[in-house]
Design a protein around this ligand. Structure first.
Ligand code: C2E
Ligand code: MG
Ligand code: MG
Ligand code: MG
Length: 291
């Protein structure tokens, strides 16, 4: 009886493993196919300056509508790409899409805010992310300060020393660095001081409980104070309510991102939010890309 149960559970477990492996293989193959067919696209979620209520940034987020399976969340396919070398190809593809889009908007004389791209830092160890970014910026004639790279705190903590070197090389290109999902990755304070980052992005899980949970309020207040003492800006992600917004405003949070202001927008809706450059600035070479 016991043996049979053991046997049954073993069979069940191995079936489950096989199903998972099959699903992963299927997704891998479909990602490869989607890359070849250019089936992915980017949406842009505005970041709002709390003091001025202006759009001062945006996060580029990937989207995929599979012809048979429908919408597949990046939470489901990015980890599969990360487990194989596909992530290298996907990141190049995303950088190309985002930087060419910035260049396109600039050619339309739009005031393009800093656009951030998510890069899994595990990739830092495998591909040469710095030369890829440098090459793509150069190719589309976009300056580094137009771009921000978001790296999750959790992944940043692996291979800390190496990551700090790579981040410094990105900073040399004037690229902004943001620590994503801050508060969930247990950064050691000594590393936080060493990370050459400009922005801490407080994870949505802390924002969700504002302003009702006293503990979360204290955590968010402490993060904002710490960031400001270290000379960094703070972005709160996943802001959904007026109460959360008002609370963050009172705490001097710098930027807000969330459904309360905007969901991620397609390129036309996002461009509609951008103002035109002052024509007097457009043709001077020093301002051409910065406007
Ligand atoms: P993330 O970088 O922390 O991105 C924020 C996620 O929160 C996005 O989900 C965004 O749509 C969602 N969000 C923003 N405001 C709100 C809000 O007010 N309420 C709620 N409920 N959600 C909000 P998304 O686009 O599904 O992306 C999920 C994760 O997938 C991202 O987390 C990021 O880790 C990854 N991801 C998305 N796009 C890319 C990409 O282009 N490259 C890489 N490597 N990863 C990506
Ligand atoms: Mg992000
Ligand atoms: Mg985030
Ligand atoms: Mg998050």
């Amino acid at each position: 009886m016991v043996k049979q149960q053991g046997k049954n559970s073993y069979t069940y477990y191995s079936d489950e493993m096989t199903a998972k492996a099959k699903k992963r293989l299927y997704l891998e193959q479909e990602i490869r196919h989607a890359l070849d067919n250019d089936d992915f696209y980017m949406v842009y979620q505005p970041k709002i300056d709390v003091k001025t209520s202006q759009v001062t940034g945006a996060e580029a987020l990937i989207r995929w509508h599979h012809p048979i399976d429908g919408f597949i969340s990046p939470n489901d396919f990015i980890p599969v790409a990360e487990e194989s070398d596909l992530i290298l190809k996907l990141d190049k593809y995303i950088l190309d899409k985002v930087i060419s889009q910035i260049s396109h908007w600039q050619k339309q004389s739009l005031n393009v805010p800093v656009i951030s791209v998510n890069i899994p830092s595990r990739e830092f160890q495998r591909g040469d992310i710095v030369s890829c970014v440098q090459h793509t910026l150069h190719h589309y004639q976009v300056i580094g300060s137009q771009l921000e790279i978001e790296i999750t705190e959790r992944l940043l903590m692996d291979h800390c020393e190496e990551n700090i070197k790579i981040l410094n090389r990105l900073k040399d290109l004037d690229i902004h660095i943001s620590v994503d999902d801050f508060g969930t990755g247990y950064s050691s304070l000594s590393y936080l001081v060493q990370f050459p980052c400009d922005v801490l992005k407080i994870d949505k899980c802390f924002i969700d409980m504002l302003p009702h949970s006293k503990e979360n309020c204290q955590i968010v207040e402490a993060i904002i104070m710490l960031a400001h003492k270290l000379g960094k800006d703070v972005v709160a992600e996943g802001v959904e309510t007026e109460a959360q917004y008002q609370y963050l405003r009172a705490l001097n949070c710098d930027q807000i991102q969330g459904y309360y202001f905007d969901k991620p927008l397609d390129i036309l809706d996002f461009a509609a939010k951008l103002t035109k450059c002052d024509v007097r600035n457009i043709n001077t070479s020093s301002n051409r890309h910065a406007c």
